[in-house]
Design a protein around this ligand. Structure first.
Ligand code: S3P
Length: 449
């Protein structure tokens, strides 16, 4: 079943399942899919994308690329072609760019628009309308963009006027955020000078890698210990190319987690991107005693990929996850919190302030979901403490998902191994990042009702 994106909530329950067994490839990486479309838009000529994530978030970005002048077509499943308008030659969209639930698509596209002499109106669903956009607008204004209209506190809908000659700036991001970094770099592409972004902790580096793949000159140096200094030469000659999208580690996390907590499971998850800046969850799970092996490491389109084998892990134990690891597993805290509920002892996850501004206030949504299913937890400042059951959790809860796909998937995974079923109030948002979640999990043996 493809989760429908109608307005009606789609209640779904997961029930205690037999051992999960088999091999599967999760959908393409969401971060890379958005970026491949955007860089395709900024090139002249044909960019081919293989393995594009056909989730709603990415389809919104494809639609926005069309509105800015690209011809975007779908061939066979996952194979897309983008004939770009070219850097400096985008057209002003006639209609509002509606990004639905997609924070990444909207913020990166704000960067693209900011570097062109066009105005565009951005909007999104109720979740996206709550999310802070000032963090992206502030550097874009320094680059020469103007915010003509915004909703209170820098929220969508926003009317942004870009500049045909963005100023070259040096910018230190206030939080480790690949979206902020990427928006600044994408605006800087059309600048006559050099744009520099510094970050105190390294965030995912797909934009830097992909810019180089398309022929731009991006250099990356260490900054202040574990941070980075990224410099981009403006107005490069971007060359249309082919992008192969590896499987998304943030989606792979769900079958992987399920295998660890459902007794008897043995699952192989294929072709998962193992970029070190996305691997914080695996690092944490190995510390917890998870039986995960990384097999058949290889390179694909500039990213390292591998097959991940995960087996039921009876002796998971709680650990402390340092704040410095947050950027490399920022989207994986909901599923980690679920796994921690099955481990023996407490798990403490530090420095989670950014979770409050995701598709939902994830910190609150995780805690409420755990409590609804009989798991003790508490939030202290920006830290989350989860008391593990050392085996199956009670379940039986109804989890509020707040339009958040990862909250929905995480608690459905909980239901596969808990004593009683777990129900989520709305599974429809799963379509934003993992449209085949139910089929893929079902083919491994997961039961939903
Ligand atoms: C993303 C960056 C992260 C992440 C999001 C995808 C990206 O957001 O949570 O799902 O593709 O750049 P932040 O930049 O806000 O940390």
């Amino acid at each position: 079943m493809k989760e429908a994106s109608s307005d009606a909530p789609l209640k779904l329950s997961a029930v205690r399942s037999r051992a999960l067994v088999g091999r599967q490839r999760p959908p393409g990486d969401k971060s890379i899919s958005h970026r491949a479309l955007l860089l395709g838009l900024l090139c002249v000529g044909e960019t081919t994308i293989e393995g594009l994530l056909e989730g709603e978030d990415v389809l919104r970005t494809a639609e926005a690329c069309r509105a800015l002048g690209a011809t975007v077509t779908r061939g066979a499943a996952g194979r897309w072609s983008v004939r770009g308008a070219g850097l400096g030659s985008l057209v002003a969209p006639r209609e509002t760019l509606d990004f639905g639930n997609a924070g990444t698509g909207s913020r990166l596209m704000m960067g693209v628009v900011a570097g062109h002499p066009i105005a565009a109106r951005f909007d999104g669903d109720a979740s996206l309308r709550k999310r802070p956009m000032r963090r992206v607008l502030e550097p874009l204004i320094k680059q020469g963009a103007r915010v003509l209209e915004e909703h209170e506190g820098g929220r969508l809908p926003i009317l942004l006027q870009g500049s045909g000659a963005p100023f070259p700036i040096e910018y230190l991001t206030p939080v480790a955020s690949a979206q902020i970094k990427s928006a600044v770099l994408l605006a800087g592409l059309n600048s006559p000078g050099r744009t520099v972004v510094m970050e105190r902790e390294a965030s995912r580096d797909h934009t830097e890698k992909m810019l180089n793949h398309f022929g731009a000159r991006v250099t990356v140096e260490p900054y202040n210990g574990s941070g980075r200094r990224i410099a981009l030469e403006g107005r490069p000659n971007l060359r249309a190319t082919t992008v192969r999208v590896p499987a998304d580690p943030s989606s792979a996390a769900f079958p992987l987690a399920a295998a660890l907590v459902v007794p008897g499971s043995d699952v192989l998850i294929e072709s998962v991107m193992i970029n070190p800046l996305r691997c914080g969850l695996i690092e944490t799970l190995l510390e917890m005693g998870a039986d995960i092996t990384i097999e058949n490491r290889r390179g694909e389109s500039g990213e390292e990929v591998a097959d991940l084998r995960a087996r039921y892990s009876r002796n998971l134990r709680g650990v402390e996850v340092p704040a410095a690891r947050a950027p490399s597993m920022i989207d994986e805290y909901p599923i980690l919190a679920v796994i921690a509920a099955f481990a023996a002892g407490g798990t403490i996850m530090r420095g989670l302030s950014e979770l409050r501004v995701k598709e939902s206030d994830r910190l609150a949504a995780i805690a409420a979901g755990l409590e609804a299913n009989g798991v003790s937890c508490n939030i202290q400042g920006d830290d989350l403490y989860v008391e593990g059951a050392g085996g199956a959790v009670r379940g039986s809860g109804l989890v509020k998902t707040h339009l958040d796909h990862r909250i929905a998937m995480s608690f459905l995974i909980m239901g596969l191994a808990s004593n009683e079923s777990v129900t989520v109030d709305d599974a429809s948002m799963i379509a934003t990042s993992f449209p085949d979640f139910r089929e893929l999990m079902g083919s491994l043996g997961a039961s939903f009702a």
